[in-house]
Design a protein around this ligand. Sequence first.
Ligand SMILES: *Cc1c(COP(=O)(O)O)cnc(C)c1O
Length: 433
Amino acid sequence: MKYYSTNNKSTQATLQEAVVKGLASDRGLYMPEVIKSLPDSFFEEIKDLSFQEVAYVVADAFFGEDVEAEDLKKIVYETLNFDVPLVHVNDNIYSLELFHGPTLAFKDVGARFMSRLLGYFIKKEGQKDVNVLVATSGDTGSAVANGFLGVDGIHVYVLYPKGKVSPIQECQFTTLGQNITALEIDGVFDDCQALVKSAFMDEELNKKMYLTSANSINVARFLPQAFYYFYAVAQLHKLGKKDNIVICVPSGNFGNITAGLFGKRMGMPVKRFIAANNRNDVFFQYLNSGVYTPKASVQTIANAMDVGDPSNFARVLDLYGHSHEAIKNDISGCTYTDEQISETLLDCYRKHGYLLDPHGAVGYRALSEYLESDEVGVFLETAHPAKFKDTVDRILGEEISIPEKLQAFMKGTKQSINLPKDFASFKAFLMNE
Ligand SMILES: *Cc1c(COP(=O)(O)O)cnc(C)c1O
């Protein structure tokens, strides 16, 4: 399968090139040349398939031309060895819990899949060893570090701002060791991101080592997110609910929801999507006005969605041939303040006994406001509430417990390297590695 750039259809790459490079040289995002439709027979039997079985069918449609069947199957079965349950919350509303993986957030799916696919290209296709640089304000670092842990031929450097990530988040990427190095930068998140960008542009550094990024625009992180949408449909079919399915996605960079839109294009029987935003609502504004105006992000309690210029917006436009009308037919939007998010989290817990995290709360609220009586709604619960313990405790006025998996990270020994925020120091460090 060939991949083209959203900036220019004639800029083409193989899957291996697209995965290793991440972003096309013209700064566009890679799109698969063909989005295959899945046969009716698949949707007829989907209710009887496991998550891994569903995922393999979808993975084969994306990657089957480029990865040996046996290897692809192994990648799917190894990376998706956790449950993605659909849990009833109230009325016609269900939560798709995406937090049963190693770092308790949906980013585990893409990060794990990408690491194995990159590992495959290194082992089978003679790809040189790669060094992954990732700047994080918390969640991405933990998913990427854990996803890539122990994969041969790959070394990961996680750059994070000193004192600016919560202790629970920090321990998830500083206690791992092996091929994961945590770099504690004396600065803010933007400094970390600037260091990574400068490194990619530095000729001397790129001669010495093969550098790549593992951010959410990478096709190997982005496409696998489609798997669990199909599995949500499978679970609804099992409950006898086949019609008028609405999926609501708490959105920031719009990678997650775009993978769902790919699923719809492949024939997944979903009526419509809702993109739920916090106060960072440029997509909502675009739906209303037809004009896209990126803004600086504002800080909210659903901070993984604090994005003012969603990187995957280019993919949404491309998928719908830049038609505002066509986009509005499939997706509606909404935006909530921190007060509304807190109120929803507390209300849902009190009335239905279901504990949301601040991101899932945005999704649940949208369904409770906009779902019609003949529709059945699924929102993606993108992270476990304990990942945002301080916020959730404050809203509930009580202490929530921390799952075993997170506690295990907190028992590890922190290993990190302190660096100032100037590029010369960072470069000198990498040159000595
Ligand atoms: C990353 C993230 C999101 C936003 O996902 P996008 O793909 O960037 O839209 C939502 N919730 C949580 C918990 C996240 O970590």
